[in-house]
Design a protein around this ligand. Structure first.
Ligand SMILES: C[S@@+](CC[C@H](N)C(=O)[O-])C[C@H]1O[C@@H](n2cnc3c(N)ncnc32)[C@H](O)[C@@H]1O
Length: 305
């Protein structure tokens, strides 16, 4: 299994699921699937799934349009993207802070994905943040200049080789992106978190109402779709957000996601526990795969990890 840092990661988003991807892939059925990742950002699960022979094709979607245009560039035009990254990266030298602000202003006027690529490489936690006017307002991480062009090239070519020719890129609401999904496919969803984004009002994600998300999950269950959701979690005793409601009949699994960097900064060592929820249709498929694998034994147990 190709895991963690061995996987290409052109968008170095700190909340990315790259480190956890092998635990998520353990929940896939044994046959190769078409994978939908409708809240993509760094597309970490899709990259891991293709690299490990778990997905034969991928649908990537996110509500963020420049981000999805950037994915198109990474996958279909890696040479051009890397040439413009190198130009921006070299031009910043000696006046990195001012240059970052200059690129950020220009991006907010043009929405050019190449500029977003530079900003993501340089900004705090490689995290996409917008203000109320829809402007990218994340600050630069002044300790870093962004990945060197040679390092970035490895990530971009690696992702392009895996995804080119088998990926559909979409931009918009997750419900539209998965409208064509069938029970044979797998959908991996990592919606914006309720708890950790610090909203006082827990009914909202960023742009997505909790109750609307639950309604969409009910519909997905009705269609017997196979889906996995990463959905909040806890660090030590502190948990974030609400649990998904019982009537959805999802199987809840907690996986250790390593030591929380936030807790370490505060002088504590606390394990971050991530919650995964698996749809009933997918649990059934994994059980069937397990029974086939353990033949001729009559009884099989669901062993997820
Ligand atoms: C927690 S991040 C996903 C992180 C990703 N799994 C990774 O490993 O990098 C959530 C993403 O959902 C997107 N988003 C928010 N509301 C959405 C919606 N209604 N439909 C599709 N995407 C949405 C945001 O733009 C954001 O990029």
């Amino acid at each position: 299994m190709i895991t963690g840092r061995s996987l290409p990661h052109p968008i170095p988003y700190q909340g990315s699921k790259r480190a956890l991807a092998h635990r998520i892939l353990a929940l896939f059925p044994k046959e190769k699937v078409r994978l939908f990742e409708p809240f993509a950002v760094s597309a970490a699960v899709s990259i891991a799934a293709v690299a490990n022979g778990k997905a034969m094709s991928v649908v990537l979607n996110d509500a963020n349009e420049p981000l999805m245009l950037l994915w198109k560039r990474i996958i279909e035009e890696p040479d051009r993207l890397l040439a413009s990254y190198e130009k921006l990266w070299n031009a910043q030298m000696g006046d990195e802070r001012k240059y970052y602000d200059y690129v950020r202003n220009k991006f907010n006027k043009t929405h050019n994905p190449d500029l977003l690529f530079y900003l993501l490489a340089r900004c705090v936690k490689a995290s996409v943040r917008y203000n109320a006017n829809g402007e990218f307002n994340q600050s630069p991480d002044n300790r870093r200049k962004g990945a060197k062009p040679q390092t970035m090239a490895k990530h971009v070519y690696g992702a392009s080789q895996l995804l080119n020719g088998i990926t559909v890129i979409q931009c918009g609401d997750f419900r539209k992106a998965i409208a064509d999904a069938t029970p044979k496919n797998v959908i991996y969803m990592d919606p914006p978190y309720q708890g950790v984004c610090g909203r006082r009002d827990n009914r909202y994600f960023e742009g997505l109402l909790f109750k609307d998300f639950v309604t969409a999950l009910e519909e997905m269950n009705r269609k017997r779709l196979s889906f996995i959701i990463s959905y909040d979690g806890r660090t030590g005793e502190k948990s974030y957000g609400e649990m998904l409601p019982e009537h959805l009949h999802l199987t809840h699994i907690e996986v250790e996601a390593g030591v929380s960097s936030q807790a370490t900064l505060l002088g504590r060592t606390a394990q971050t526990i991530e919650s995964l929820y698996v749809s009933p249709a997918l649990v059934k498929r994994i059980l069937i795969s397990n029974i086939e694998r353990t033949q001729p034994a009559k009884q099989a147990q669901l062993s997820l990890f």
